[in-house]
Write a protein that binds this ligand. Structure first.
Ligand SMILES: [Zn+2]
Ligand SMILES: [Zn+2]
Length: 342
């Protein structure tokens, strides 16, 4: 029987002795007999026990639900499956500090946002109680799926460092690796998920606050040029296209309308009802092959891969929601870098 590691150094050594894995079974608790598979990068809520492996501030709130990301998995011969945990803080848990940069970044955090803490520990996989869904919300590329309201999220580029002050208290420093928008941004390059509506420019691959942009006189966005081998819509009547290109004129009009929908990310409760992944897929398809044979089927399939798993059974509703959204009039804005309409 191996000794249970007592301190962070022992835990680290035991973890290093194990065989690295990319996924592990989470044993069911209570009456449930269903195993859950946890993969590297997944999030889980963690039960903390009073031992050397626990998070350093766990004693402050013993009943709290702690959230960690599964950063590493190793199978130790004597101890079984072990997890390297990367810890997170809820935005409300972060204290104000003397640093202005920290405080303004803190003010930007959303209510449902959690922030990576620069703090890793090791534990038994069995001490993870259940998987939780945390959405990654990138500010460098439109990649967010459609999520139900209330979905918690984290920005991969944001993390908080914690270090002891001279008097023994802990100080915090929130840092971001990525600013968005333009040089004279009204928000100093910060993104406030609960307040800001963003537009993405595909030319310069940047998100901008719509409040920082001038309205464009154009009535459609500037699209990237089509691939040279793409069939030309204008030279071929829709009904005469070769092969499977059998869309109707109405289908073709819908497709053109979808292409006019901007790459926009909403805010607050609408934050995750963003069609950014869908719009990107439609634009890519159009550049490569033009209007698909069955645009509605294409939209359904695309939405199916661009939704949060909690929305998996609502794809038809979301298809309607997207079509409704593309019916309305939209404003477009001038990208400050390349003066395209976004
Ligand atoms: Zn801005
Ligand atoms: Zn641009």
């Amino acid at each position: 029987m191996a000794l249970i590691p007592r301190n962070p150094k022992d835990w680290s050594a035991c973890f290093a002795q194990g065989n690295a894995l990319t996924q592990v079974e989470l044993r069911p608790r209570g009456a449930s007999k269903n195993y859950t598979i946890l993969r590297l990068g997944d999030f889980g809520s963690v039960i903390l026990k009073p031992s050397g492996n626990q998070r350093d501030d766990a004693f402050l709130k013993p009943d709290k639900e702690w959230i960690a990301q599964l950063w590493g998995i190793a199978f130790h011969e004597d101890l079984g499956p072990l997890a390297e945990l990367r810890w997170f803080l809820a935005s409300a848990e972060l204290p104000l500090e003397a640093h202005q940069a920290h405080n303004s970044m803190m003010a930007s955090l959303g209510e449902l946002e959690i922030v990576a803490l620069h703090h890793h520990t090791y534990d038994f996989v069995d001490n993870i109680s259940s998987p939780v869904t945390i959405q990654q919300l990138s500010v460098t590329e439109p990649s967010s799926p459609l999520c139900p309201p209330g979905t918690r999220y984290t920005r991969p580029q944001l993390q908080v460092f914690r270090y002891p002050r001279a008097n023994g208290d802990m100080a915090h420093r929130l840092e971001t690796g990525n600013l968005i928008c333009k040089e004279d941004c009204l928000r100093a390059g910060l993104y406030y998920p609960d307040q800001d509506v963003l537009r993405y420019c595909e030319q310069c691959q940047t998100f901008y606050h719509i409040d920082c942009l001038e309205v464009s006189p154009n009535d459609r966005p500037t699209l990237l040029p089509p691939h040279p081998t793409r069939p030309d819509d204008l030279e071929v009547e829709p009904d005469d296209r070769e092969g499977a290109k059998e869309y109707t004129f109405l289908d073709y009009c819908s497709w053109q309308r979808w292409l006019c929908y901007p790459l926009e990310r909403g805010c607050g409760a609408q934050l995750h009802t963003t069609f950014e992944r869908v719009v990107l897929a439609i634009r890519r398809e159009d550049r490569a092959r033009g209007c698909p044979a069955k645009p509605r089927v294409f939209l359904t399939q695309t939405l199916d891969t661009a939704v949060h798993e909690a929305y998996k059974y609502q794809v038809d509703t979301l298809v309607h929601r997207f079509q409704d959204a593309t019916e309305g009039d939209m404003d477009y804005y001038l990208c400050p870098k390349d003066v395209t309409s976004i």
